[in-house]
Design a protein around this ligand. Structure first.
Ligand code: SAM
Ligand code: SF4
Length: 344
């Protein structure tokens, strides 16, 4: 796979700063909206997926990512849908790894549900990936099947094992769900920390129609944190990510526990990230409907000038922040996109 020429990349080279002075250095790329699972809070059972013809090719995704890297992106996360179900994804990962070799990119990483990790973990590590996030909401096989609609927990656990054996640091992401896993958090934490993995808890966000009300799923992390504090000693850690997670060290386990609280705490002031979808739409805020089409300028010219200008325009109108609402009066998604389209 070949990227753009160095001349066209040079024409892009201006750091991306938004109207609020935030420097954009983190890109999340949803490489597919498809998935081999159907988590209840993420997708409806009968999701309509994008026609394959609408997707950017892997070569186009590479060109788009490379343009962002030339404009100062240092960290790139592949996500989805489930990134590892995109056919031939490893050719994109391999190709993007050239930016790690040159030092232009500091980190290439991925968020995955883990079902395909046993197959791909070694190759991911071989391409310079060093850390991944694996989403896992329960350690109970029946509950896992229920929340994912048909998933096999053993497959995911084997995937996590394979990743760790391959030398990838694994962080577990768990969406906190009322009446589902809220009582299982201590067990999940003990398991993750006992295996040398950090655990991050996420508040469920109102994204996309999923066929049932969010009010039944939402539990504020402040409540879970207060419950954990009765059993564990938690010390705040300095924020070193610029991201939405706030971390504590848990004395009893020695492990790291993170909280992502889009609902109870707005984390927008330090936001350094933007997202692109598998159709080349740029979303500069997870919680707003703003969208810029990058596919058109990408396809309009082999040089990257039009693309660079379109990126600059979009960054120049990045919203200040989001305002998710879940309550009985607003029992509908604040944002119509599913998380699987935007990329979590
Ligand atoms: N399929 C991969 C996975 O599950 O890790 C990557 C994509 S998934 C959309 C990324 C993350 O978003 C997962 O950790 C998932 O639990 C989370 N997620 C999905 N829908 C969500 C929602 N409505 N609110 C909060 N987190 C959500
Ligand atoms: Fe698939 Fe990830 Fe959404 Fe679950 S959270 S349905 S694994 S995209």
């Amino acid at each position: 796979m070949t990227g753009p020429t160095s001349t066209s990349l040079a024409s892009l080279a201006r750091p991306m700063t938004d109207p609020f002075g935030r420097i954009i250095s983190y890109l999340r790329v949803s490489v597919t909206d498809r998935c081999d699972l159907r988590c209840l809070y993420c997708m409806s059972e009968d999701m309509t997926f994008l026609p394959k013809a609408d997707l950017l090719t892997l070569e186009e995704l590479d060109r788009l990512c490379s343009a962002f890297i030339a404009k100062g992106v240092k960290k790139l996360r592949l996500t989805g849908g489930e990134p590892l179900v995109r056919r031939n994804l490893m050719s994109l990962v391999r190709s993007l790894s050239r930016h790690l070799d040159t030092g232009a990119l500091r980190e290439l990483t991925m968020t995955t549900n883990g079902t395909q990790l046993a197959r791909y973990a070694k190759e991911l590590h071989g391409c310079g990936m060093r850390r991944i996030n694996v989403s896992l909401d329960t350690l109970d096989p029946e509950k896992f099947r229920a929340i994912t609609r048909w998933g096999d927990l053993d497959k995911v656990l084997a995937g996590i094992e394979a990743a760790r054996a391959a030398g990838l640091a694994v962080k577990i992401n768990t969406v906190a769900l009322k009446h589902f896993n809220e009582d299982e958090i201590p067990q999940l934490m003990q398991w993750a920390h006992g295996n040398g993995m950090a655990l991050t808890l996420i508040e469920v966000m109102p994204m996309g129609e999923i066929g049932e009300g969010r009010i039944d799923q939402y539990v504020p992390l402040s409540l879970l944190r207060a419950r954990l504090a009765q059993r564990y000693t938690m010390t705040d850690l300095a924020d070193d990510t610029g991201g939405p997670a706030r971390y504590v060290r848990v004395s009893e386990t020695g492990g790291k526990l993170g909280f992502i609280t889009p609902m109870t705490h707005n984390f927008c002031e330090s936001c350094n990230r933007v997202r692109i979808t598998c159709t080349g739409t740029l979303h500069t805020c997870l919680g707003q409907e703003d969208a810029s089409d990058l596919r058109k300028p990408l396809r309009a010219s082999a040089a990257d000038d039009l693309l660079g200008a379109a990126i600059d325009r979009a960054i120049g109108s990045k919203p200040k922040g989001h305002d998710f609402i879940i309550d009985r009066r607003h029992n509908r998604p604040s944002v119509s996109r599913h998380m699987s389209v935007t990329g979590g």
